[in-house]
Design a protein around this ligand. Structure first.
Ligand code: ATR
Length: 284
């Protein structure tokens, strides 16, 4: 790594814990690739310190930071101004400090999600058919915001704890219907997109138990889980001739707007980046 000086542009990722975050690996690759005098650091911040730490960013000369679990809602409450997407999702994952030390909060997870689908399934047309979203956590919020923005006519949401799905229905207000978790297979009838935002299928968790036979023959199946890269869900989709889109691209694409805002270059997502980031996951 080139030596760090007072002029080196500083950014990082705030989380707790943060050591498993792939963001330093990802931004580090781009900093090298584009020859930028910058650093991107893991910033472990315990929950009681989150507001102070975010407020300190511009005082320490940081141009901004990503925010990850469990701090995205606290970041939403702490920043000075919010993007429309951050408002729609209710969480901030990207902070940009301006010259006056004001903090701008954005959420690029929705952008990352939709860019990943567009790259992995170029034939997908949002307005053609309903989408099914499984899960109702923070990731589901970003996915729903992106799908509404893209013009999907109907989003069918199913979550084990139905009350959380009902909360999302109340939050977004239109374009959504809620199905019982036990009715998730029936909810797929004729749908053109299925997105798993639950943790099922992740290494160490049970697989997601679904029957894909009701989906449209042209459907796209996306798992936001990326460890393993090919989940049972995606293998099943591929075996049925559906288009399977893995979850790593969402992580890679969500990082692009922050990198551009902080370091002044709009970075590319390509095979070399994927391979570099994957080598840090133990996945293949
Ligand atoms: P995130 O904010 O990253 O999306 P989260 O809030 O922990 O993460 O959400 C995890 C999702 O996986 C939730 O929708 C959760 O369902 P509940 O709301 O009922 O907890 C879902 N999930 C986790 N384990 C599950 C299981 N065994 N069966 C069904 N859904 C599960």
């Amino acid at each position: 790594m080139p030596s760090v000086t007072a002029k080196t542009i500083k950014a990082g990722v705030i989380g707790w814990p943060v050591e498993h975050s792939l963001s330093p690996r990802l931004h580090g690759f781009w900093l090298d690739k584009y020859g930028i005098d910058g650093v991107y650091l893991p910033l472990p911040v315990a929950p009681p310190n989150i507001e102070d730490a975010i407020r300190a960013l511009p005082k320490l000369g940081f141009v901004g930071a990503n925010v990850t679990v469990p701090h995205k809602e606290a970041a939403f409450k702490t920043v000075d101004t919010l993007s429309d997407t951050a408002k729609a999702i209710g969480a901030v994952n990207t902070i940009v400090c301006d010259e006056d030390g004001e903090l701008y909060g954005d959420n690029t997870d929705a952008f990352g999600f939709i860019e990943n689908i567009r790259a992995g399934a170029p034939g997908w047309r949002p307005s053609d058919a309903a989408a099914v979203v499984l899960g109702a956590g923070g990731a589901a919020r970003a996915v729903i915001a992106a799908l509404l923005d893209a013009g999907v006519p109907e989003i069918r949401l199913a979550n084990r704890t139905k009350a959380r799905a009902d909360e999302l229905l109340a939050h977004f207000g239109h374009g959504l219907t809620v199905a019982d978790w036990d009715e998730r297979n029936a909810a797929m009838n004729g749908a053109g997109l299925l997105v798993n935002t639950t943790t099922l299928g992740m290494t160490g968790k049970p697989p997601l138990d679904v029957d894909l036979s009701g989906l449209s023959v042209a459907a796209v199946v996306n798992d936001i889980v990326y460890a393993p890269l090919e989940t049972h869900l995606l293998a099943d989709a591929t075996a049925r001739g559906l288009t399977a889109v893995d979850g790593l691209g969402m992580l890679l694409h969500q990082a692009r707007p922050g990198f551009e805002a902080w370091f002044g270059v709009r970075p590319d997502v390509d095979a070399a980046l994927r391979a570099h980031v994957l080598s840090g996951t133990g996945s293949s």
